[in-house]
Ligand binder design. Structure first.
Ligand SMILES: Nc1ncnc2c1ncn2[C@@H]1O[C@H](COP(=O)(O)OP(=O)(O)OP(=O)(O)O)[C@@H](O)[C@H]1O
Ligand SMILES: [Mg+2]
Length: 245
């Protein structure tokens, strides 16, 4: 196993009627925050779903901590439980905020006391302690998204995948969520992959940026480098807002 490598994709592609994603090689290191940027339809969500094992790739090799994907269903589920995906449009259960966050812990067999401790700590942490008894379907968009992230990280996943988690949110909630992501990464060492349309956001929170265009990874590198001095012309066009899509 290569030290510090969380996952690696080799020759991964996805085709529906036509090929929508083709990744020669992508190596993601533990403890980093990755920002995936690129125009609409580029393949960002497809890549995230492949990483989260929701969408099987048409071809290619997927290595998690150096090991190929297990063929055994139980082992595969165990692997999937090391990751958590949060979508742009949050789907919370029509239940209390508390139960939404507790759900995954109970499903994983955590003991009552442990569930209580974790949920109350998390809700405190994301500033939602006062709302713990509220029904999730009465929350504002920003509150709901914070609950979704709290629910996603309650069981300490190694990898948190976020698909445009702050699209359509007000600046206050955007900042709260960015702070949550930063804290989770710093304090728990969770590796984060965040898809965002917003270059400024990627620049604010990503260590490494991955620019995808037309199903291909065009360029990856430290956020500062990608935004100040990209190597490829299409990257420059995208970050300068000159790419028409
Ligand atoms: N289930 C599917 N069946 C057919 N085509 C699909 C499917 N899922 C995605 N695609 C196509 O794959 C391409 C990449 O889609 P994807 O959702 O990954 O793009 P994206 O970069 O996330 O775009 P956006 O920024 O708009 O969310 C698109 O052309 C899309 O229409
Ligand atoms: Mg998408």
């Amino acid at each position: 196993m290569t030290d510090g490598v969380l996952l690696e994709l080799q020759g991964i592609s996805k085709s529906y009627n036509k090929e929508v994603l083709s990744v020669d090689r992508l190596t993601l290191k533990k403890g980093q925050v990755y920002g995936i940027i690129g125009p609409s339809g580029a393949g960002k969500s497809t890549l995230l779903r492949i990483i989260n094992l929701l969408t099987p790739p048409t071809n290619g090799v997927y290595l998690f901590e150096g090991a190929p994907l297990p063929t055994n269903g139980r082992e595969l589920l165990k692997l999937q439980r090391k990751m958590s995906l949060v979508f742009q449009k949050t789907v919370l259960f029509k239940d209390s905020v508390w139960n939404n966050v507790a759900y995954g812990l109970r499903a994983r067999g955590y003991q009552r006391e442990e569930v209580k401790e974790r949920v109350s700590h998390l809700l405190e942490h994301v500033g939602l302690a006062d709302l713990s008894r509220r029904r999730a379907d009465t929350l504002s968009g920003g509150e709901a998204q914070r609950v979704a992230i709290a629910r996603a990280v309650a069981f300490d996943p190694e990898l948190l995948l976020l698909d445009e988690p702050t699209a359509n949110l007000d600046p206050v909630n955007v900042e709260l969520i960015e702070n949550m992501i930063r804290t989770l990464n710093h304090e728990k060492g969770i590796t984060v992959i965040m898809v965002t349309h917003n270059g400024f956001q990627a620049r604010r929170i990503a260590d490494e940026v991955i620019f995808i265009n037309q199903g291909r990874i065009v360029e990856t590198g430290p956020a500062e480098k990608i935004f100040s001095n990209p190597e490829k012309e299409s990257t420059r066009m995208f970050i300068e807002g000159r790419m028409i899509f």
